[in-house]
Ligand binder design. Sequence first.
Ligand SMILES: Cc1cc2nc3c(=O)[nH]c(=O)nc-3n(C[C@H](O)[C@H](O)[C@H](O)COP(=O)(O)OP(=O)(O)OC[C@H]3O[C@@H](n4cnc5c(N)ncnc54)[C@H](O)[C@@H]3O)c2cc1C
Length: 350
Amino acid sequence: MCQNKKIDFIIVGQGLAGTLLAYDLIELGKSVIIIDTHLKASASRVAAGLINPISMKRCIPAMPTNYLTTAFNRYSGLEDKLNSRFLFKKSLLRLFDSFETKDLWIDKYENKQMDLYIDKFCAVNTFSFLKDEFSSAIVKPAGYLDLKEFLTVSREYFKENRMLLEEKFNFSEFNDRSVSYKNLKADKIVFCDGFRIKENPFFDYLPIAPTKGELMQIKIPSVENFDKIISKGIYIIPNDDYIYTVGATYNRDDLTENLTKDGQQFLKDKLDEVLNVDYEIISSVAGVRPTVKDREPLIGMHKEFNNIGVFNGLGARGVLNAPHFSKEFSKGLISDSIYKFDFKTIDRFH
Ligand SMILES: Cc1cc2nc3c(=O)[nH]c(=O)nc-3n(C[C@H](O)[C@H](O)[C@H](O)COP(=O)(O)OP(=O)(O)OC[C@H]3O[C@@H](n4cnc5c(N)ncnc54)[C@H](O)[C@@H]3O)c2cc1C
């Protein structure tokens, strides 16, 4: 671990946000130290990693089209760099819950340019192990990121390159005027601390509204390897032979990583609405998403300390939107003049 030295950036948090931002800053020629410890209920290590470009309810794009291209390119570029595999492109099978929903989708497909995302429609009862009595549609491109693998190989990379300090960032040892922490002195510090921004004295004024989520890993003994992600109120992601991840629940009241009876029951009820075959529950996990009421990210510099930044509020679609936000924010962080972002920054609260 390199200490007693001046660096360009300190990043607090090695979840999805801190990891991507570190790579972007390093690629821009900046020196970075990441401070992180595995704190309970953090989102990235439990997230299913779904990359779904559209809002299923309204059948509209969830994000600008270029976010998806940026995400796929970024993760596959990092796969090459880290010599690992964590991006899995798979189409998504949307099972309709009624013929009205199907009609809405057909209208969007024919009249609202959703043919960009909807590959085709499938007839009723096409998939024998699924309850597709109202037919279905295939969304493409989509996929998922194996976040556990991505964060683990990234942590190894940061460790090998002496860029990681494994500890809990202690605010009482941080000097906000000189941007120094223990023996480190930086030009800027960026907090990527997920829902724990609530305990961050510099950014606790931001309106984070965290949402807990529970997931299940199941085995479907009769379905070895379905090639699509299934969506109907929940998602079912094929991970390995017979193994699938099922998610997720939404709960704003409880911010622990404890599993709840209600959350687990919700997933089981939804699975019964989707599957025609038996399954076994292998394990369950929970974490807390850094969600924001206005659904915009929490990115930008502190209103008083302009060397203290935040990269947070990635919400429920962090895997899809983080590469774009990170790329843009890293450019802004190193820019000498005012950088114009194509998304809302935390200046909206200043
Ligand atoms: C159940 C669930 C399912 C999800 N499914 C999906 C999905 O399918 N697709 C999708 O796109 N998104 C999904 N998400 C959302 C996604 O996980 C988040 O958008 C994203 O992971 C947030 O990353 P982050 O880095 O901002 O926060 P986090 O992942 O919470 O990372 C913060 C990091 O900072 C560390 N930290 C915090 N404070 C300190 C401190 N003081 N000192 C040191 N370290 C600190 C934490 O330990 C952690 O490592 C899901 C989330 C949950 C909970």
